[in-house]
Design a protein around this ligand. Structure first.
Ligand SMILES: [Zn+2]
Ligand SMILES: [Zn+2]
Length: 336
């Protein structure tokens, strides 16, 4: 049992407060396992919360759901783990079908209970996924966003008429999800174009994916040209771009959720039989497969990750907000 720990609390919109001695609370449930957090990533959804735009994440909460830690007590003490932040019921129709991301009675780490921007976190045993102890903790912490990407690419494969390596693919956005998508597609030998408005990220795409990113604010994007479009942004503009750029009979997978409203071209979707697929998180199988793929190098060497001590969380959020952070993924280290 840990009574005091360093933690970062989302205290108000645009305010992440670091406490060197935070009174920890939620580590006393019967099926909970206590983890010592080694690495925790900042997610786009944490950014939404920081902007005060997520009604499900309110001030007073410790955010963070992309983590790597080690088990503190018991038979598996010292075991390196990550965890599926979705806490699902295991009993409903969706859970029984293996589509646990759609569970009608789901909870989430860093949303309805305290997250991993802290030195310790409790997590239900059912969520744990064991990682090889020798694996880099920052890489293990990337399992959650990588699982989203595995799920999205699986949906694209299942819904495309051609094998994915014969498809011309458009990836919209080169933040963590877009970049990981491009990297996974690259490992499948897919021809692709990557769109990104933040020029600081173009270099990273060139270096790690090997393609020249296009800035859609300056260059035009070909219409009716892509077999598969994966939108990792989800703004009104990218929604329109997804539909206009996809070929007749092609597939659009929407992963990003930046905007709450949309004005998509339902006429094109209907007349040209475009498949528009929504993609939300991952199931447990995707999660385990993502960890394996990271371990096997399918996402490359991941050297584009940037790490900061937990005490610098507020600064990291600010630079992500200002667009001055070039790296697609910031990892916080609670035990520096
Ligand atoms: Zn995330
Ligand atoms: Zn369920």
């Amino acid at each position: 049992m840990i009574n005091k720990m360093a933690a970062v609390v989302y205290t108000a919109p645009q305010e992440m407060t670091y406490f060197a001695e935070y009174q920890s609370t939620q580590i006393d449930r019967e099926d909970d396992v206590l983890l010592r957090i080694d690495s925790v990533g900042i997610c786009g959804s944490d950014m939404h919360a920081y902007h005060g735009k997520d009604p499900r994440r309110n001030p007073g909460l410790i955010l963070g759901h992309e983590f790597c830690g080690e088990i503190v007590d018991g038979a598996d003490k010292g075991q390196k783990v990550t965890g599926n932040p979705l806490i699902t019921c295991g009993k409903c129709e969706y859970c029984l079908q293996g589509r646990d991301n759609l569970c009608s009675d789901r909870d989430m780490i860093g949303m309805s209970r305290q997250g991993a921007f802290a030195q310790y976190m409790a997590i239900p045993k059912q969520c744990l996924v064991y990682a090889p102890n020798q694996m880099n903790s920052n890489h293990v912490a990337l399992t959650e966003p990588a699982a989203t990407v595995v799920h999205a690419v699986n949906l694209a494969k299942e819904n495309s008429f051609k094998p994915i390596n014969e498809c011309q693919v458009l990836v919209i956005g080169a933040g963590a999800i877009g970049l990981l998508t491009a990297l996974l597609l690259k490992s499948h030998g897919v021809k692709m174009q990557v769109l990104e408005t933040n020029l600081a990220r173009h270099l990273c795409v060139k270096e790690h994916v090997g393609v020249k990113a296009v800035n859609p604010l300056i260059e035009s994007v070909d219409e009716n040209s892509f077999d598969v479009v994966i939108d990792c942004v989800g703004s009104e503009k990218t929604n329109s771009l997804s539909i206009s750029s996809v070929k007749a009979g092609g597939t659009v997978v929407n992963v990003g959720l930046l905007s709450w409203t949309s004005n998509i071209d339902i006429r094109k979707i209907t007349l040209q039989e475009v498949k528009l697929i929504g993609c939300y998180t991952y199931n447990m199988e995707d999660f385990k497969s993502a960890l394996k793929s990271i371990e096997n190098g399918a996402f490359g060497d991941l050297s584009w990750i940037e790490e900061y001590p937990l005490s610098e969380t507020n600064m990291a959020f600010q630079s992500l907000h200002n667009g001055t952070m070039a790296s697609a993924k910031v990892i916080l280290k609670p035990h520096f």
